[in-house]
Design a protein around this ligand. Structure first.
Ligand SMILES: Nc1nc2c(ncn2[C@@H]2O[C@H](COP(=O)(O)OP(=O)(O)OP(=O)(O)O)[C@@H](O)[C@H]2O)c(=O)[nH]1
Ligand SMILES: [Mg+2]
Length: 430
């Protein structure tokens, strides 16, 4: 998709689906001012709300509405921008749409096109656009706060600081290359090494934060263990509904069963798996292979088997399931749970909540998505390599690669291929 942002003017309903109390229609591009003049008689004072009658081309009244006029480049999109706040009835909105579509150079916007224009005009960088996309889809308080931090330029500002430090260091290296070795330059090299190591440390710290996908798509919590250990029953209890079949027959669950739930404010993807055992028949074996994959990809495993058999103790909560029926007591470090003992389920939820808090990290942390992590990873590596190099020419080359990765991070270069998929995530009118 190629979009010319000069020349054409876009419009869309930016508020929720009608009918609603108020509908907000945005118009962005060079035709926004003429559209206001044509429909409302004149263009209002910039950035001041004005009440006016909206009229069709034959003078018929469409609605009385509040108008906003935000001339570019100091507008959300960086272009001339008009907003109509009208009554949110379907026919009212449809009439305004017809009127706008009849004006020369105006067309309906594509999903995310307003934000895309804001990015193309440098009003926001790519990390802020990514944060906005997450903000629009945020459902939990944690997702909201992280997305807001990104949308407000939390990462963009760090990148800008790194850029200016790197530019300064590159200049020092260039000078060292030009003037050759001397005692003074040895001093410069040490200063540069220290600064590079410091930046590399910052990059590594960013990478250590929980990935954004974990918060966006939910923590993956997987119930696993031997057949008949009560995994499906547990998943049903946690989900609060019958997600999976639970029967006394060992090998009931064959496939992966996923249930997105909200537990104490955390978005969680609960996963039930086939019981692990040797010598199962073909279909069950396929299910067990899937169970092992789910265990590998889990953020947290609810392990329902013997503690010594747990495949990943560092990512597991050890559970002593069906506790009411057993004569043995829960071993140290295991939590006894019984479906018939509400207190044990409350204790389980508390343990899950504590783990989820740890996995999600503090609410004010910056969470990087896969694209951002790959680039920050490159930066951390290149900085480490550069600081270990003695040859300033090679050092300069590694710093150039770092600067290139920084440009990609904020969308200054090499991002054409991902813009469609990013802005396609936005709703119409954003
Ligand atoms: N008394 C008692 N019975 C339980 C408890 N949890 C599960 N059960 C019973 O144990 C049997 C097996 O439970 P499931 O949840 O199907 O076990 P599973 O681990 O999913 O089994 P597979 O899918 O075969 O691997 C069922 O009859 C459950 O009703 C419990 O805490 N107490
Ligand atoms: Mg089961």
């Amino acid at each position: 998709m190629t979009l010319s942002s000069a020349g054409d003017t876009i419009f869309a309903l930016s508020s929720g689906a009608p009918p609603a109390a108020i509908a907000i229609v945005r118009v962005s591009g060079p035709g926004a001012g003429p559209a206001l003049a044509a429909i409302a008689g004149s263009v209002p004072e910039p950035r001041r709300a004005r009440h006016a009658a909206l009229r069709d081309d034959d003078g018929a009244l469409i609605d009385r509405a509040l108008l906003l006029w935000m001339p570019g480049p100091n507008s959300a999109t960086g272009e001339d921008l008009a907003e109509f706040h009208l009554h949110g009835g379907r026919a009212v909105v449809a009439a305004l749409f017809d009127r706008l579509a009849g004006l020369p150079g105006l067309r309906s916007a594509l999903p995310g096109e307003f934000t895309r224009r804001a990015f193309l005009h440098g009003r926001i960088d790519l990390t802020e656009a990514e944060g906005l996309a997450d903000l629009l889809s945020a459902e939990t308080a944690g997702q909201h706060r992280r997305a807001l931090r990104m949308a407000e330029g939390g990462l963009g500002r760090i990148i800008e600081r790194w850029r200016s430090v790197l530019l300064g260091l590159s200049a020092q290296i260039e000078a060292a290359i030009e003037f050759g070795e001397s005692d003074e330059e040895v001093g410069t090299a040490i200063r540069i090494d220290g600064a590079l190591a410091e930046l590399a440390g910052e990059a590594k710290a960013l990478l250590a934060a929980p990935p954004a996908e974990r918060l966006r798509d939910g923590l993956r919590i997987v119930a696993a263990g031997p057949p008949n250990s009560g995994k499906s029953t547990l998943i049903n209890a946690l989900a609060g509904r019958e997600v999976a079949l639970a029967t006394p027959i060992a090998g009931t669950t064959r496939d992966i069963i996923e249930a997105p739930v909200r537990l104490d404010g955390h978005a969680i993807l609960l996963t039930d798996t086939a019981g692990l055992r040797d010598g199962a028949e073909e279909v069950e074996r396929l299910g067990i292979a899937r169970a092992r994959n789910a265990i590998d990809g889990a953020d947290l495993i609810l392990w329902c088997g013997a503690p010594e058999d747990c495949p990943a103790p560092d990512r597991s909560l050890l559970l002593h399931t069906r506790a009411d029926e057993r004569s043995d007591v829960a071993p140290v470090g295991s939590l006894g749970v019984s479906i018939h003992d509400p207190n044990s389920l409350i204790a389980l939820r508390r343990s899950i909540d504590a783990k989820a808090h740890l996995l999600a990290g503090p609410d004010d942390a910056l969470s990087l998505n896969a694209r951002q992590r790959a680039l920050v990873g490159t930066i951390a590596e290149e900085l480490a390599v550069a600081s270990s190099m003695l040859d300033p020419i090679l050092q300069a080359e590694h710093l150039r690669i770092c600067r290139d990765a920084l440009d990609r991070l904020v969308g200054r270069s090499g991002v054409e291929d991902m813009l469609d998929s990013l802005f396609g995530r936005f709703c119409l009118g954003k």
